[in-house]
Write a protein that binds this ligand. Structure first.
Ligand code: 13P
Ligand code: SF4
Length: 359
């Protein structure tokens, strides 16, 4: 149950719309431009001792480039770990803003650049520190656990930061200590954790605009078309979708399931950027995008995060050439946000959770 007033939710929706209106689709490059941009980027990265850390939802060109240049492609927990452990002087983070901020907080001595600083996240937008701090103040008896998809200020106000690959374990651990939880911002993920662990959780009310569009009705219809397919879903999806999923997990956990399960077909309820890696690792398997609320003109995301889509070779080149789009997190804030982030990374190591991404 949330105690966010409904006028706050309406304001959040307006704010998300305003940010969406500012998204710019990257320019389409010809194959010769693409090769030229890649050459220039690789040269600059060598000269400047830079590494590219990319999320699975970004353009396949960026994912390939990260792997070709000793960088990294992964989920948000692994990206944080890699950025922290690697010895580069510059990290170029292809993803959304909270990922760049996390990298900077964990590596204050590195320069962190992003192809664009406009790439945000509907969860981050809908959880402003001005609203969140009083919410925490009103529930001081609760451990504050926030999703990584939040601003540095919200992280700084939390006891724990978690990503989707570790959220269940952390909440289970806290429940074992008899703690009650205040969770923000993703209500679907929070609900899923609450249902799975049985923890006492007070939930903030926000959602991912991409995952919220997956519909259980369409998914049921699709399942009857592909009766042998396993359904893989990210836990930011609505409860009705999760209830019919065969596997629920973070992006990396979805990829692992696609490799480990014997099915030849998969219906996947997450951003379609992940299909690049899924298909690369299992070229003989078939991956189908889970149905969304509308088609092209009518859905807001159509299974692709509009902010992740803003990362491109040309914006990355510009950022490297001009040192543009550097992420800065003010000293005291960074220190306060580092505590719950470090707690998460240490917890992951202690649990021997499969955290890849060692540089
Ligand atoms: P992962 O941590 O699973 O990569 O998810 C990040 C995200 O933003 C999902 O929408
Ligand atoms: Fe945020 Fe959703 Fe985009 Fe992930 S996919 S960055 S949760 S808006």
């Amino acid at each position: 149950m949330s105690s966010i007033p409904s006028n706050q939710l309406a304001a959040d929706q307006v704010a998300v719309r305003q940010f969406l209106d500012r998204t710019v689709a990257p320019a389409q490059l010809s194959s010769s431009e693409l090769a030229d941009y890649k050459d220039r980027i690789i040269r600059l990265m060598q000269e400047k001792n830079a590494r590219l850390v990319a999320h699975y939802y970004t353009d396949s060109v960026l994912q390939d480039l990260a792997e070709e240049t000793r960088g990294f492609v992964g989920d948000s927990l692994e990206m944080a770990r890699f950025g922290h452990d690697c010895d580069a002087e510059i990290l170029v983070v292809a993803g959304v803003r909270f990922m760049g901020e996390t990298a900077k907080i964990l590596s204050p001595n590195k320069t962190v650049l992003m192809p664009t600083l406009e790439a945000t996240c509907s969860l981050d937008i809908a959880c402003r520190i001005e609203d969140f701090a009083p919410f925490c103040d009103a529930h001081l008896d609760r451990e504050v656990v926030v999703y990584a998809n939040t601003s540095a200020a919200v992280k700084a106000r939390s006891d724990w930061v978690v990503t989707s690959s570790i959220a269940l374990e952390v909440v289970d651990h806290l429940m074992g200590q008899g703690k009650k939880i205040l969770w923000a911002p993703d209500k679907h993920l929070g609900n899923y954790i609450q249902r799975t662990t049985g923890a006492d959780m007070l939930l903030w009310d926000a959602a991912c605009i991409v995952h919220e569009e997956f519909k259980s009705r369409g998914l049921q219809d699709m399942r009857s078309l592909y009766p042998e397919a396993a359904i893989l879903a990210h836990p930011e999806s609505p409860q009705a979708v999760l209830e019919i999923a065969d596997v629920i997990g973070s992006t990396t956990q979805i990829i692992k399931a696609s490799q480990n399960l014997s099915n030849d077909e998969f219906i996947v309820a997450t951003d379609r950027g992940i299909f690049h890696k899924l298909q690369q690792l299992s070229p003989n398997k078939k991956f189908i995008v889970a149905p969304t609320a509308g088609e092209d003109a009518t859905c807001r995301s159509c299974a692709h995060c509009p902010w992740m889509a803003m990362n491109s070779l040309d914006t990355m080149l510009r950022s490297l050439e001009q040192g543009d789009n550097e992420i800065q997190v003010e000293g005291e804030l960074a220190e306060a946000a580092m505590r719950p982030l470090t707690r998460m990374l240490n917890f992951a190591s202690e649990q021997h959770l499969a955290v890849k991404g060692k540089a």
